[in-house]
Design a protein around this ligand. Structure first.
Ligand SMILES: Cc1ncc(C[n+]2csc(CCOP(=O)(O)OP(=O)(O)O)c2C)c(N)n1
Ligand SMILES: [Mg+2]
Length: 305
C-alpha cells in the first residue's frame, strides 16, 4: 500500500469513543484496526485504552475486546489463543495485545517476556505515550530524560528511557517494528506485514498525548512527525532477523537530513525545564544511536541466530 487513500474504508474504532481531543493513541488505533480487520480479538490491560472504549454496556470498538489486569495482558492473550486452539477456532484470526508503556515496560514485562520466549502467535502493540497517563501522568520507565510528569523532580526525569526494543530483540521475535500515527502508511504497512507472519510479533508506537506532554491538541500529527524527522524515533523493522529502516527514516542516515531535536522538544511543555546543556546531551544520544542504526543497516549477516 503506497497511498493513504488505499487504506481500508471500514471503521472499527467508532465515533463517540472517549479519547481526549488529539489523542495519538486513538489515531494509531484507528489505522491499526483497519489493517487488522474484522477477525481480530483485542486484549487491553488497564490504561487509557480501557477508557477510550466507553462505559459498559456501550463500546466504541466493533471488535471483541477483553480487558485484562494491568500486569498480565500477554499471559491473558496467550490463554485466549490456547482456548481458541482447543476449540479448533484459531484460524484466520488475529489475537492481539494493545498495551500502554506502563503495562509493557514496567508492570507487564514478565508476562510479555514469557509470551515472547514461547513465541506465542500474537501481535503485541505497545502504545507508548511515555507515562502512566490514565491515572494522572506518573513517570514510567518509558518517560524520556528531562520530561516533567507528576512524579518526577521539578527539573524533569533524571533517567533515560528504557531500551525496550533491545529487550524484545533479545527474545528473537519473528517481527518487530517501530511506528507513529503521523506516518500512517508506514504504520499500516507494518501491521499488514506483521499479519503475514506467525509467532511473536511486536510493534512499538509512539503516541503523542496532548494533556500529558502539554501541547495543544492540534499539534499531535506535527509532533508525531517531528519525532521521526529529528531522528528521535527511528522508523524500522526487524523481519526474520534482518534490520531495515523504513519510510521517512531511510534518508536520516545522513545527519544533515535530521532536524534539530529542539524543534521536537520546544513544542512540548513537559520539556520546559530542560537546560541548553541537557538539550545538547539529548542531541548527542540521538546522533550516537544513529551510528548504531548505520551499523545495523550495513550488517550483512543476521541480527540473531
Ligand atoms: C496492579 C495495578 N496497579 C495499578 C493500577 C492502576 N492503573 C491503572 S491504569 C494505570 C496506568 C497505565 O499506564 P500505561 O500502561 O502507560 O497506559 P496509559 O494510561 O498511559 O494509556 C495504572 C497505574 C492497576 N490497574 N493495577
Ligand atoms: Mg502510558
Amino acid at each position: 500500500m503506497n497511498k493513504i487513500l488505499e487504506i481500508c474504508l471500514d471503521e472499527f474504532l467508532l465515533p463517540g469513543h472517549a479519547a481526549c481531543a488529539g489523542c495519538g493513541a486513538a489515531l494509531a488505533l484507528r489505522h491499526i484496526l483497519k489493517a487488522l480487520g474484522k477477525n481480530t480479538i483485542i486484549i487491553i490491560p488497564a490504561g487509557c485504552s480501557s477508557i477510550i472504549q466507553g462505559v459498559y454496556p456501550k463500546t466504541a470498538f466493533s471488535n471483541p475486546v477483553l480487558n485484562s489486569a494491568f500486569d498480565s495482558a500477554a499471559a491473558y492473550c496467550s490463554g485466549v489463543i490456547e482456548g481458541l486452539k482447543a476449540k479448533n477456532k484459531f484460524k484466520n484470526i488475529n489475537v492481539v495485545v494493545w498495551a500502554g508503556d506502563g503495562a509493557t515496560f514496567d508492570i507487564g514485562l514478565q508476562a510479555l517476556s514469557g509470551a515472547a520466549e514461547r513465541n506465542t502467535d500474537m501481535i503485541y502493540f505497545c502504545d507508548d505515550n511515555e507515562a502512566y497517563m490514565n491515572t494522572g501522568i506518573q513517570s514510567s520507565s518509558a518517560t524520556p530524560l528531562g520530561a516533567l510528569t507528576t512524579t518526577t523532580p521539578l527539573i524533569g526525569k533524571r533517567e533515560r528511557k528504557k531500551d525496550i526494543i533491545s529487550i524484545i530483540l533479545a527474545h528473537e521475535p519473528t517481527y518487530l517494528a517501530t511506528a507513529v500515527s503521523g506516518y500512517p502508511v508506514d504504520l499500516y504497512n507494518k501491521v499488514l506485514k506483521a499479519k503475514k507472519y506467525s509467532g511473536f510479533r511486536f510493534i512499538h508506537i509512539l503516541s503523542p498525548c496532548p494533556p500529558g506532554w502539554r501541547f495543544d491538541s492540534k499539534y499531535t500529527v506535527t509532533i508525531s512527525k517531528l519525532a521521526v524527522d529529528t531522528g528521535m524515533w527511528p522508523l524500522f523493522e526487524v523481519v526474520e532477523s534482518k534490520f531495515n529502516l523504513t519510510g521517512p527514516s531511510l534518508k536520516l542516515l545522513n545527519p544533515k537530513n535530521r532536524k534539530n531535536i529542539e524543534t521536537y522538544l520546544a513544542l512540548q511543555g513537559r520539556f520546559s525545564k530542560l537546560t541548553k546543556t541537557e538539550i545538547s546531551i539529548i542531541q548527542k544520544f540521538i546522533d550516537a544511536r544513529w551510528e548504531q542504526l548505520k551499523y545495523l543497516t550495513n550488517l550483512k549477516g543476521r541480527l540473531f541466530l
